[in-house]
Design a protein around this ligand. Structure first.
Ligand SMILES: *Cc1c(COP(=O)(O)O)cnc(C)c1O
Length: 376
């Protein structure tokens, strides 16, 4: 997830420009004294590239999931079906509005298993929340089909796979609402930040008002006189983040292409010997992580040691599993849901994730592959 690896003069210059123009750091209002709206421009650029009607910048990916769920009408006591392989934020967003997280299995793609989701649907279910983990899409055909059949909404947690596609469309634009993250570890970064994507005006309008204390940001009125109908909260993004986001977004295609070269160099070496994570046929990943499975404990230890020695680390799997997944946070999930994560945990314990770093060369990944092959 290398957005931070390629921060350079361009991001710095974009921030300096704000100060040269008077230093307005707020995304809204001050119409008479400002030259530009960087958060709004960031949103416009996103809509253009991601081919979706509406986008709203917010303060984090976690906020984007929470606001998205509220926009879809999730109320206290409602059930939201998500997966056991997640980041704790996915579950926190559900809990924060008083709804109940229901945990489904994952399949060999390490994303949500729609067959299992169907078994979990009850009259209280409102939303299916697939999480596109580590660069790869969930099978959105299956998710959307199921949602349609049972009259449910779909919120995509696409915090980890910004830029990946399914069926030719960017992830985050295939469900009712998409939630993206630009935190410092993600594929493009604004330090902290997130984005809500939707093609539905009502979802956008609600999100826009809720993230800004209910302000309707009526352009004909000064902010102090602005009309408002609902209460909200403050989940706004700053102009500095917006300006950096515009620069990072321009780098996204190049990041994915550079990832792909490294990923494929490694894949070519190890594909004969190791069992690689499945990728859905219609998915174009962002290639920021290569995951494979190895159930032999001793061999797994050797692999992890080799990775460390060569300066790659293993990033999310298996070492970060415990802090990353809600299943290990006993206060976040009720015991019956933690039990439902067992199958997922067993699969993830055999998985090894190799991060693709832009600062490493394509050749480094070939050599790593050759070294991994020698172990087996
Ligand atoms: C990072 C992440 C989030 C939360 O995003 P923040 O911007 O850090 O709040 C949510 N879900 C997943 C899967 C993530 O990886």
């Amino acid at each position: 997830m290398p957005g931070f690896e390629i921060i350079d003069r361009k991001e710095r210059k974009a921030v300096e420009k704000i100060f040269k123009e008077g230093g307005i750091l707020f995304a809204h209002g001050f119409h008479l004294v400002r030259k530009n709206y960087y958060v709004r421009d960031f949103e416009k650029e996103f809509c253009k590239k991601f081919k979706c009607k509406y986008s709203l910048s917010v303060s984090s990916g976690t906020a984007a999931i929470k606001i998205g769920l509220k926009a879809l009408g999730v109320k206290p006591g409602d059930e939201v079906i998500t997966q056991g392989f997640n980041f704790v934020a996915t579950v926190e967003a559900i809990l924060d509005i008083g709804a109940k997280p229901i945990i489904a299995n994952i399949d060999q793609t390490l994303n949500i298993d729609s067959k299992d989701v169907e078994k979990l649907i009850t009259p209280k279910t409102k939303v299916i929340l697939p999480v596109h983990m580590l660069g790869v899409a969930a099978n959105m055909d299956l998710v959307n089909k199921l949602a349609k059949k049972h009259n449910l909404k779909v919120l995509e947690d696409n915090c980890e796979s910004v830029g990946a596609k399914f069926d030719g469309k960017y992830l985050g634009t295939l469900g009712d609402v998409g939630a993206l993250s630009f935190d410092f570890g993600k594929v493009i970064t604004t330090g902290e930040g997130g984005m809500i994507l939707t093609n539905n005006l009502k979802n956008d309008k609600y999100s826009r008002e809720y993230h800004d204390h209910g302000h309707e940001n009526n352009p004909t009125l000064p902010r102090g006189k602005d009309t408002k109908k609902i209460y909200g909260f403050n989940y706004r993004m700053t102009e500095m983040q917006g300006a950096i986001g515009i620069v990072q977004l321009k780098k996204l295609s190049k990041i994915i292409l550079s990832n792909k070269k490294r990923y494929e160099a490694l894949l070519k070496e190890i594909v004969q010997k190791y069992k690689i994570r499945q990728i859905p046929l219609k998915c174009k990943p962002i290639y920021d992580t290569l995951i494979f499975f190895e159930s032999n404990n001793n061999l797994r230890k050797k692999i992890i040691k080799t990775l460390k020695k060569n300066g790659f680390g293993t990033k999310n799997l298996p070492d970060a599993l415990e802090w990353h997944c809600a299943a290990y946070w006993n206060h976040a999930l009720p015991p019956n849901q933690i039990k439902r994560v067992k199958k997922t945990k067993n699969l993830l314990k055999t998985a090894i994730a190799i991060p693709i770093w832009l600062k490493k060369n394509v050749k480094d990944y070939s050599i790593l592959g050759k070294n991994l092959n020698k172990l087996k």
